[in-house]
Design a protein around this ligand. Sequence first.
Ligand code: BGC
Length: 498
Amino acid sequence: MKRALLVLIALFVVLMIASPAVAAGEIKFPENFLWGAATSSYQVEGGIYGNDWAEFEKRPGVIANGDICGAACDHYNRYAEDIRLAKELNLKIFRMSIEWSRIEPADGRFDEKELAHYRAVLDEVRRSGMTPFVTIFHFCLPKWLADKGGFTNPQSHVYFERYAAHLEKNLGDQVDFWTTQNETMVYLTSGYLLGIWAPGHKNPVLFWRALGNLIRSHAKAYDAIKRNDLSDADGDGAAAAAGIVMNYGIFDPYDPDSKVNSIMADKVNYFGNHLLLDSLMGKKTRLKELEPETGERILSLPEYKNTLDFIGVNYYTRFFVRPSITKPIAGMEMFTKSRAAAHSGQPFETNEMGWLVYPEGIYRAVKAIGRYGVPIYITENGIPDKTSKKRARFIADHLGWLKKAIDEGVPVKGYIHWALTDNFEWAEGFWPRFGLYDVDYASQKRSLNEGGAFYAEVARNNGLTAPMIRSVYGPEAASDEKTRRDRLFDRNGQQAGY
Ligand code: BGC
């Protein structure tokens, strides 16, 4: 018996020495995990005047401080520098989007020069050893299409499919990862219900119509990509993968003991996080919204089924939800800011835009999305942080939770930070600073900030080493697993002073 025990111990010791076990106090991500940073065309390129956002900005008061996007970060001219900066962060993924109004400035007229520009950008990304992750639609429509009603136009899916097919035919040899749309539900809610983004509608009928057309557009674009995909850009034996990017919000009941609050939170969760994906994965949707003109059941057509090779998850924040009679359309209120504190009596942490900082949410998000059974990429996660004093902690906290989900079997393949550089933050203009690089808009000078330097180390080490953990959580945390876990997992982002 004693002998058997000794053999067992010896075997264990040998195994420990032989296996590339993670050193105590490290957070190591799986081999081949991909680290990246994100941009989007309108937010960084500058010089885009032919889309609906450029038009929307002309309305007084819609953008904070009267900002207009204008030259933005001049990325259109400085893309080579920005790609080099991404490379210097040791990244493997460069997330970008293509500006529809550049590619197709008039209905059916495609611009060769602009196509050549994006070819050059993609070449540069690939030459730098990074994989481009390309978004086809990131919130902006060409003006000619906006004038036809944008996604409220029943033909919008035809235009979207034609545009996607053109991209795949002309750029497909350089791109293996396409995402058709960025944050479809956020785009719809902000642009068609709340009216705070282009196209500026506050109209539930238009909202539903556009939702139906966006879902159909995705499915058509997915088919167009598959149909026209003739090459395996990175030579890994796999043809282009196409997915969608969704924003996963955490929606919790304002009062967890209230049944009505819980039902409401569940409804919002379904609407914000699952309706679209259920539709695209061929699951039964809870809603059977009818297309106003034809009476067609727009959310669950068979042709939408299985049109996601992967799901891109953007994760930022958490909301508290409760019903409200003063909000007759939505019938509910959502709290993100200080009022949430009244609910729990706890000092909830918010970022500079007033969003709750809640690292555990990334774990809850991928656990929920993991149920769809396709690979997941975190396509955005980040914090507006002027001095970049809080970014390293923010990244470490979220990665700790993300790793926990991966350890539990969720197929997360990569993490893409928002954003590579500071940029134009839609209705907020230029004041929020999400970049790993600060941008001085007067000189267009980029400078690596503290959080950016930390993230470069994360990518270099494929996770967090003990000294990195120590630098964020204090000296005891790296060697003492319990202290680290306490700091990482039990505080839920409530005390760290974001
Ligand atoms: C969008 C980005 C945006 C970021 C931060 C996401 O909604 O995809 O365009 O800048 O969040 O707000």
